[in-house]
Design a protein around this ligand. Structure first.
Ligand code: ATP
Ligand code: MG
Length: 728
């Protein structure tokens, strides 16, 4: 057996970790030291050298994209398909388990996943039913309360109100929300984890089965696991009590890798303390440290090391590189946020002009809202870019409409989907009838679908509404029956056609409908290209779960050569030859919220460390002396993080000669058409869609149309004549 492909690409410390004897292992090491590589090669080693069946291995990554990459890498190392391996995020794996064991988990068979937006909508409904005012009970805060408790493993019945009436109300809302989820057969993200945990905790036999099956549990980015994820892992791979080493053959072998300096999800309940907890719970765990960084130049690495040294609570580690010193880190002090974007644009064009690829470049920022100004600048300079975490394909309205039909077909009790499409296309089922249905459903504790059936039977609705409703229900039943035997993409295609959705958008005015029709067609191709994982789900169920869980992440595969834009949080684990870290101002980064809070400040510093260590060859830092964000002007001071970088590593880039400049007009190329005061790159407000940026202008006079990227609604084509856009 040739183990050299697995072992040769490793240094000595990495090799020691990869080939460690069975038993719990913790790899604690800094950025770019090969943790992910070690974890991947360990899996290959287990299969090849230890003779472990791929079925016995469970690997947890931080994103679905990382899971896909890991699977591919293992396949290449072993030269065989890695289909039998369970690799996924905690959420993905929990979901898979719940699909197999929906009965034991007391879930509806065709349960659907609520994304964050769906969850908020359902919370609003719960608030309405309880006749509570949304301004007093802010849905986002209720959502936070619920998710936070779930992440800590707490159900409403575990919570004490401490005689605090508003806490008592929140607990009641949590309970009411749980009931609504059960009624609708839906499950939110936090519920996936908690339910999967409870599934094992309450089913000893099932747990035993999985313990026997998955003796090898490997977790990447371990520093960002939360309480419930840790508890879940510990349940699956329980520590061997001291003195019972005789059972070693039946023991589990957790293998976790992480970096406490890269813990950036504390605000969402992650516990970097899990690293120490792991050592306490598994005292026999072997600890490996990797100290050589293979990613960055020594300038970049020294700067990052110097920065993170300002954090007090660290486990501490060395990190060095044998790589070249490289270029200094460049710091640009911008006049304002537009100047900052122009500077970055300019450097990107230089890079491209010298034959560099755009995909080697990442623009990283603290907050999503910062992307807009860069987008404008890139658009007017024709620099292709892709925003990660922007409005994603599966989140677009028309796609959600189509998915709602598909979801109803697989689960009639999905109320959110029912409401979304019961009157789309219009079938004469008005708000009044819907209100009546909701009341009936509430009264009977049933789903809207059941309530609709009951209302039709009892004559509680007007005859016209009852007729339309009946027709709608018959349509869904018919679709379910007629598509049951079709392959997935034909199934989707049929549903789009027979439901009338495609026709509905086709008839929609102007180009807006056209884009939507294109998107719907894209959904059929997405279904065609989709390969379901595992066999416990029907292809349709699997596809719907994919849409909810993996929204947007798949984009990266269809790489055009474009600049990568993302928040620092989504850059974790990635690397790029050239990195721009923008918006380094006090109040923005570190974020205002964390200025007065030491733990918060340290988390921000780790975030900055993560950002800097993404860079392989070149790192640019920038900040603006004046910035308009969320419509508010502020005057920035350079972030303390800039000052914390050791001297001699940074070179200041002198601003180009300029004093002040008009901010809006005249920035965009003069030859761009200007229609009715509508300018490329201008910010506008639309009565229905909210605020957005003009991406494209076409035609003139009565035929002029614009493409606007709305912050909430995505990109739309509008007729200028009718759109009534207000310049901002
Ligand atoms: P992060 O903390 O950012 O997640 P990491 O510790 O997981 O980083 P990897 O992503 O595994 O690090 O590796 C960083 C880079 O170094 C990758 O490009 C990887 O291919 C390369 N690398 C890792 N180990 C070696 C090695 N022994 N020889 C050459 N290159 C290596
Ligand atoms: Mg990694």
């Amino acid at each position: 057996m040739d183990l050299s492909p697995i072992l040769n690409p490793l240094n000595e410390a990495q090799r020691a970790a990869v080939t460690a004897p069975l038993g719990p292992v913790l790899v604690l090491a800094g950025a770019g030291s090969g943790k992910t590589r070690v974890l991947t090669h360990r899996i290959a080693w287990l299969i090849q050298a230890e003779g472990i069946s791929p079925q016995g291995i469970l690997a947890v990554t931080f994103t679905n994209k990382a899971a896909g990459e890991m699977r591919g890498r293992i396949e290449r190392l072993l030269g065989v398909p890695g289909g039998a391996l369970w690799i996924g995020t905690f959420h993905g794996i929990a979901h898979r388990l719940l699909r197999i064991h929906w009965r034991e988990a007391r879930l509806a068979q065709g349960f659907q996943i609520l994304d964050s937006e769906d969850q908020q909508r359902l919370i609003k409904k719960v608030l309405k039913a309880a006749e509570l005012d949304e301004s007093r009970w802010v849905p986002r805060e209720v959502q936070w309360f619920i998710n936070n408790n779930k992440d800590e493993g707490r159900r409403p019945e575990h919570l004490k109100d401490g005689s605090d009436p508003s806490r008592a109300q929140l607990i009641k809302l949590y309970a009411a929300y749980e009931q609504a989820c059960a009624r609708n057969g839906v499950v939110d993200f936090a519920e996936l984890l908690l339910r999967a945990f409870e599934l094992w905790r309450e089913n000893a036999q099932l747990l035993e089965h999985y313990r026997r099956r998955f003796r090898h549990v490997l977790v990447d980015e371990f520093q960002d696991t939360n309480s419930i994820q840790y508890a879940w892992m510990r349940l699956l791979a329980p520590p061997v009590p001291p003195g019972s080493e005789a059972d070693a053959a039946a023991a589990s072998h957790p293998f976790v890798v992480g970096d406490d300096d890269q813990a950036i999800y504390r605000f969402r309940g992650a516990r970097a303390e899990n690293l120490q907890q792991f050592r306490r719970d598994y005292p026999q765990a072997r600890l490996f440290r990797l100290e050589q960084n293979y990613r960055s130049t020594s300038n970049i690495l020294e700067a990052a090391n110097g920065l993170i040294a300002h954090n007090a609570s660290r486990l501490g580690k060395n990190l060095w590189t044998s790589g070249a010193r490289g270029e200094p880190i460049r710091l640009y002090t911008a006049f304002n946020e537009r100047d900052e974007a122009e500077f970055v644009t300019h450097r990107i064009r230089e890079h491209a002009a010298q034959g560099g690829l755009r995909r080697e470049i990442a623009v990283l920022y603290r907050s999503n809202a910062q992307s807009r100004v860069f987008e404008e600048a890139f658009l007017s300079a024709r620099v292709p870019y892709r925003v990660y975490g922007g409005l994603r394909f599966f989140e677009r309205a028309e796609i959600k409409d189509a998915l709602a039909y598909l979801r109803l077909i697989s689960n009639r009790r999905d109320d959110a989907s029912f409401e979304r499409v019961v009157n789309l296309p219009t079938r004469g089922i008005g708000a009044k009838s819907l209100d009546a249905l909701r009341a009936a459903a509430r009264g009977a504790g049933s789903s809207l679908w059941e309530a609709a059936g009951a209302c039709i039977a009892s004559g509680a609705l007007g005859s016209k509404a009852a007729g339309s409703l009946h027709a709608f229900m018959a349509l869904i039943e018919r679709l379910a029956a007629s598509t049951a035997t079709l392959v997935l993409h034909e199934q989707v295609d049929q549903v789009l056609k027979v439901s009338g959705l495609l026709e509905h958008y086709r008839r929609e005015k102007a180009d807006r409908g056209e884009v939507r029709v294109e998107n719907l067609e894209e959904l059929v191709s997405a279904a065609r290209g989709f390969t379901p994982e595992g066999s416990e789900l029907s292809p349709l169920e699997s596809f719907l779960a994919h849409a909810a869980l993996e929204a947007g992440e798949g984009q990266a595969e269809q790489w055009e050569d474009c600049v990568q834009m993302m928040t620092l949080h989504s850059a974790k684990g990635l690397e790029f030859p050239l990195v721009f870290l923008a918006g380094l101002e006090e109040g923005l980064f570190p974020h205002q919220r964390s200025l007065g809070d030491l733990d918060g400040l340290e988390e921000e510093r780790r975030l900055c460390y993560v950002g800097m260590t993404r860079a392989m060859r070149q790192l640019y830092l920038s900040y603006a002396e004046q910035r308009r964000l969320h419509g508010i002007d502020s005057y920035g001071q350079a972030s303390r993080f800039v000052r914390e970088i050791p001297e001699g590593l940074i070179e200041e880039v002198r601003p180009r000669v300029q004093v002040s400049r008009p901010v809006a007009v005249g920035r965009f190329r003069a030859e761009e058409p200007e229609v009715a005061g509508v300018r490329l790159g201008a910010r506008v407000r639309h009565g229905k869609f909210g605020d957005g940026v003009i991406l494209n202008v076409e035609g003139s006079g009565a035929h002029a149309r614009v493409q606007v990227n709305f912050e909430r609604q995505g990109t739309k084509w509008l007729m200028v004549q009718y759109a009534n856009l207000q310049p901002l």
